[in-house]
Design a protein around this ligand. Structure first.
Ligand code: PMP
Length: 442
């Protein structure tokens, strides 16, 4: 039991009453491990919340943050800039597709999403297409918690009871596990269904009313589902056909998660706008960013009067020097250790084989992997749907393993810096935990 007073902090996405009965508190972290208050270790196979990609407690980042705090802790980002902000924006664009070179910093993925929606809208106004106000999202999509992003949510529980825009239509989701059983890489189906639904939406609403499509290249919080072959290219093709912008929400997939720096490169599809956050500075100082095609920014510039800001939008801590300094240090690590592409190399293969070695566990109906992402889906059978995941999650935690339950899917996104030995440790702790909940493999 904790000796900390836990009454005052209302934790996000938490059932506080359940938490009070079972407080789970971390007090230290290093490498791929978090440590509980009693000092016991927990292997962090989720990189925090898909963000601590370079591992916890990196001295290089701590030193850079300290140095920046002592040099220039803060300067207002409205009408003023700082060297680390400019340098970091430039470093990021060295890893984006060729014509995506403009960076608008935010403090989180949610802010990046709402900012991207505003930029898309503004762009349509800038080229006299102000009637294009609708958006297309996807069932099971997750796009953060601000009102714009909440409106784009394809997960009903994340919308329920909240104010949402009604000008959104949804493409079908992709988590149809029974069809994907034990597939490695991409699911076989989904592209034709998506294309038919897309054309239906356009026919129903009219292309002149649709501003942009927002989509996670790999569906993350919806259960970690990679796109079927050709799916994202088809989305791009349909957007071009109907003069609709394409926004990739790369809050999870950005910074090496899929085996390329960004999923846009991995899947060879260039969106008009990308959102990113999480891994941007290794999960240290809050930061996000919108990455924008040159021509989108140029059109907005051209339409704006000379005397006013082109984009009436921004946050106090946008591109804060301390966050940018952390980003520059994280970028050095990403580049020097080859982490941005390790998921498509030997480490990705080791991860894939390790994950698929779990196929004999009871009630496993699908295993998915992409880069250093993974998911094991369970069939609840006797238990009510969605209660098996939390049960396995708790047992993993008790056995020193942090993974994430999304319904009855266990989802993994280890620090990209994870070693083979730590992957083996994950497999043995996961196997032990599932066996304790569901029994031995038959
Ligand atoms: N978009 C996606 C795809 C995400 O996964 C998340 C966070 N899980 C967000 C947006 C929101 O990011 P944040 O939590 O930093 O606001």
């Amino acid at each position: 039991m904790s000796d900390i007073n836990i009454d005052n902090w209302w934790l996000p996405f938490t059932n506080v009453r359940a938490f009070q009965d079972n407080p789970r508190i971390f007090s230290r972290a290093e490498g791929c491990f978090l440590y509980k208050q009693d000092g016991s270790e927990v292997l962090d196979i989720t990189a925090g919340l898909w963000c601590c990609n370079v591992g916890h407690g990196r001295r290089e980042i701590a030193d850079a943050v300290h140095k920046q705090l002592m040099t220039l802790d803060y300067a207002p980002p409205f009408q003023f800039g700082t060297p680390p902000g400019f340098e970091f924006a430039q470093r990021i664009t060295q890893h984006t597709p060729a014509d995506i070179n403009r960076v608008f910093f935010t403090n989180s993925g949610s802010e990046a999403v709402d900012t991207a929606l505003k930029i898309a809208h503004l762009y349509q106004h800038a080229r006299d297409k102000g009637g294009k106000q609708r958006f297309i999202s996807r069932e099971q999509g997750y796009h953060g918690v601000n009102v714009g992003g909440t409106s784009m949510q394809g997960l009903p529980t994340n919308r329920h009871g909240f104010p949402v825009l009604d000008r959104v239509d949804f493409l079908p989701g992709m988590l149809d596990i029974s069809r994907n059983a034990f597939s490695r890489g991409s699911p076989a189906h989904g592209t034709e269904e998506m294309a038919a639904a897309f054309e239906n939406i356009v026919a129903m609403r009219g292309a002149d009313s649709i501003c942009a499509v927002i989509i996670e290249p790999v569906s993350g919080a919806g259960g970690m589902v990679p796109p079927p072959q050709g799916y994202l290219k088809k989305v791009r093709e349909l957007c071009d056909k109907h003069d609709i912008l394409l926004i990739f929400d790369e809050v999870i997939t950005g910074f090496g998660r899929t085996g390329s720096a960004f999923a846009a490169t991995e899947f060879d599809v260039v969106p008009d706008i990308m959102t990113t956050a999480k891994g941007i500075n290794g999960g240290t100082v809050p930061m996000g960013a919108v990455l924008i095609k040159d021509e989108i920014q140029q059109a907005i510039f051209d339409a704006a009067p000379n005397t006013l800001p082109e984009f009436f939008h921004g946050n106090t801590y946008a591109g804060a020097p301390v966050a940018a300094a952390a980003g520059l240090a994280a970028m050095d690590i990403y580049e020097q250790e080859g982490l941005l592409t390790c998921g498509s190399g030997e480490k990705g293969k080791y991860w894939e084989d390790a994950l698929h070695s779990l196929a004999d566990l009871p009630q496993v109906i699908d295993i998915r992997n992409y880069g250093l992402l993974g998911a094991v889906s369970f069939d609840p059978m006797e238990l009510p749907a969605k209660s098996l995941g939390p049960k396995i999650h708790q047992r993993c935690f008790d056995n020193g393993l942090l993974c994430r339950a999304v319904g009855d899917n266990m989802v993994m996104s280890p620090p990209l810096s994870i070693s083979h030995q730590e992957i083996d440790l994950f497999i043995s702790r996961f196997r032990q935990s599932v066996t304790e909940v569901l029994g031995q493999p038959s």
